[in-house]
Design a binder for this molecule. Structure first.
Ligand code: FAD
Length: 452
């Protein structure tokens, strides 16, 4: 077969479907039973405009997949003032039925599946043990099966059981995503205790605490969510501060869902001989929210177009031929994500008072900035706007609304983040220049302050 995809999550299924639609033979190996895929998460959301970008039909209006569509969201200041109305629609959906629809699309294009079959080991070309030529899967009865393929794709999510067991010199970093390198999400499904209205229409967020309140799927009134890097404990502590400061209507908790996503820089290379890593296993989550579905599809789409071209030309799927996937991704989304990830420790130091001041003056936290962040993964700052930001920040220093320490920290982190972005935008075109590039990249990442 042409391609073996391991892991039937959003990243693996999207890639399998799109490759099969281009006429290639694809097999998907998945540890869970078909009925159970996606069970770890009930609801999730996708930016509505991304469906068209990735050629994925949005869910039907009356399907059990679709919970609701937020046409508008509101972001409020740390003390609950200066609401910014953000016109950037999101589809709120259920994960398991969504993945089942992707499985259907795959099957329509001829993809075959082995559910309840877990990756056990790679198959290497006998000669030099240097080239992967497939993988072995073990089903729940303990029976192992060999799958030979031109390409093995790791889309097994954050635990990365495949990437982490590559031979250390195979060309892709084999790090485990440590607990400190994760973004922790706690979702409280609640019922309001008194007849009440939602605190806002659609989704209402409080950026300072990374909290939000949103309508819930049937059976509960709302979800109160919080996401924080480092640990669930940190999330719970900040949640206490949030509830002390922001008056929510009284509620009872019906159930709590917890989960984490990767929150660290991706491996410097996603490809090696006959191997590709995608999705959470490649740490492809949005630095400002920890969401990974469409972030992962960006690399999958680039990879799909390039690999289809190589296979049509009968070219081997070796590191050198696959390299363009690294270059195309890292010079675009990869560069923007690197810049944002490097800015976050300084942004996290912003005090309540400072963020309140910025919200009030519509600087960095304006509706247009929130929309830009969601749509383009960056703040677009033309010269006139930059002058205004500098003016507001300087006035903040003079008036005591912004501290020198945090101002200096912010400027310093913007400097390092900008350098990282430029460095990623100059990602090498050939593997020969890779080691020099990674040396500089590692020095720059070492300069990024660690999250406290
Ligand atoms: C609480 C929470 C809320 C979130 N909300 C959102 C959201 O609203 N929007 C958004 O975009 N993202 C959200 N995310 C992140 C999103 O869920 C992930 O980024 C996304 O699921 C990653 O997709 P993936 O295909 O890479 O991995 P996964 O979804 O983790 O899928 C990996 C698959 O590989 C299988 N697998 C694992 N090991 C093996 C093995 N050894 N052999 C065979 N198969 C294996 C697993 O069973 C699984 O089916 C949220 C995450 C959490 C925790």
């Amino acid at each position: 077969m042409d391609i073996l995809v391991i892991g039937a999550g959003p990243a693996g299924l999207f890639f399998a479907w799109k490759m099969a639609a281009r006429g290639f033979s694809v097999h998907v190996m998945e540890r869970d039973a078909y009925e159970k895929i996606g069970h770890r998460l009930d609801s999730f959301h996708i930016d509505s405009e991304k469906f068209a970008e990735f050629g994925v039909p949005p869910p039907e209006a009356d399907s059990k997949e679709l919970i609701t569509i937020f046409e508008t969201g509101v972001n409020k200041s740390p003390y609950g003032h200066h609401p910014k109305s953000v016109h950037y629609p999101f589809h709120v959906m259920r994960l398991t039925p969504f993945l089942h629809r992707l499985v259907d699309y795959c099957k329509e294009q001829g993809v075959t599946f082995s559910f309840e079959t877990a990756f056990s080991e790679f198959i290497f070309e006998a000669k030099d043990e240097k080239n992967i030529i497939g993988a072995v899967g073990v089903d729940k009865s303990g029976k192992s099966s060999k799958f030979h393929s031109k390409l093995v794709v790791d889309s097994t999510g954050m635990t990365s059981p495949i990437r982490t067991t590559l031979p250390p010199d195979y060309g892709i970093e084999t790090f485990q995503i440590s607990p400190k390198e994760q973004f922790y999400v706690i979702l409280r499904y609640v019922n309001w205790l008194e007849p009440t209205e939602m605190p806002g229409k659609g989704n209402t967020g409080w950026t300072f605490y990374k909290t939000w309140v949103a309508p819930a799927p049937e059976g509960t009134d709302a979800i109160i969510g919080i996401g924080q890097p480092l640990s669930y404990d940190k999330g719970e502590k900040i949640f206490v501060d949030f509830e002390d400061t922001i008056a929510l209507p009284k509620y009872e908790v019906i159930r709590i869902e917890r989960g984490s996503t990767p929150y660290r820089r991706p491996p410097y290379s996603f490809v090696s001989n006959s191997f590709l890593v995608l999705g959470d296993s490649a740490c492809l989550t949005k630095p400002f929210s920890g969401e990974g579905i469409t972030a992962g599809w960006t690399l999958a789409k680039i990879a799909c177009e390039h690999i289809a071209h190589l296979l049509k030309e009968n070219k081997p799927l070796d590191t050198s031929n696959l390299w363009a996937i690294n270059t195309l991704y890292n010079r675009s989304q990869g560069a923007k994500f690197a810049e944002m990830l490097a800015q976050i420790p300084a942004a996290a130091n912003t005090t309540k008072k400072e963020m309140e001041y910025l919200f009030k003056h519509d600087v960095i936290f304006s509706a247009a900035d929130f929309e830009g962040m969601n749509r383009n993964y960056e703040l677009l700052i033309p010269f006139g706007k930059l002058l205004r930001i500098v003016g507001v920040l300087l006035w903040g220093l003079v008036s005591g609304n912004y501290s020198w320490k945090n101002f200096k920290g912010l400027i310093g982190s913007l400097g390092i983040a900008g350098k990282l972005r430029k460095h990623y935008e100059a990602y090498p075109e050939h593997p020969t220049e890779f080691s020099t590039w990674t040396e500089t990249a590692s020095t720059l990442w070492d300069d990024v302050p660690k999250m406290q």
